[in-house]
Design a protein around this ligand. Structure first.
Ligand code: SF4
Length: 178
């Protein structure tokens, strides 16, 4: 039987949605008969190959996030936005009302106890976007899983429905909007 290939990816998030995914615990083992994991914390594969389902957490805060998202979208048949940061920018988007120069000065120049008061400017560093943006503004998203983070039950529920070939629907009892 051909297995469904699943990948996950994190942009501007805290990895908490991935932790929730891992809270599926031993139920993941039952899925392994029908699912194989590509890029994910379970495999430590860094570059995503073509896959059936991609779960992505985090919004867009820098240019590298945009490039990773565009690449991930190309590789995934279905793309699921997981968690508040992916869906509306979440906590990182709290900086959106503050000019980026003020944010950098507060963090690198005015904070207490800083050893080197210098705003990093290495050309290797990804360029910050002026605002943190949700991922649906850059690519098509097939399904959304709200929550901060969404529950492990809800992540598993969506994965199982896609694996079963059904159109995923979220169950209201497990949906969180925190
Ligand atoms: Fe972390 Fe919450 Fe954002 Fe998920 S939605 S990446 S748990 S802050």
């Amino acid at each position: 039987m051909t297995k469904v290939r699943v990948s996950t990816c994190s942009l501007a998030g805290c990895f908490g949605c991935h932790m929730s995914f891992l809270d599926v615990d031993e139920r993941l083992v039952d899925l392994l008969e029908r699912v194989e994991f590509n890029r994910s914390p379970l495999t430590d594969i860094k570059a995503c190959e073509s896959c059936d389902i991609g779960f992505i957490e985090g919004g867009l805060c820098n240019q590298e996030n945009v490039e990773v998202l565009l690449q991930f979208r190309k590789q995934c048949r279905y793309l699921v936005a997981v968690g508040a940061c992916a869906i509306n920018g979440g906590i990182p988007a709290m900086r959106n009302s503050i000019p980026i120069s003020d944010c950098l000065e507060e963090v690198y120049l005015n904070g207490k106890g800083l050893a080197n008061q210098l705003i990093p400017n290495d050309p290797e560093l990804p360029r910050l976007l002026n605002q943190v943006r949700p991922i649906h503004e850059a690519v098509k998203i097939d399904y959304f899983l709200p929550g901060c983070p969404p529950s492990a039950d809800e992540i598993l529920n969506m994965l199982q429905q896609i694996v079963d070939g059904n159109e995923p629907s979220t169950s209201h009892k497990n949906i969180r909007f925190d």
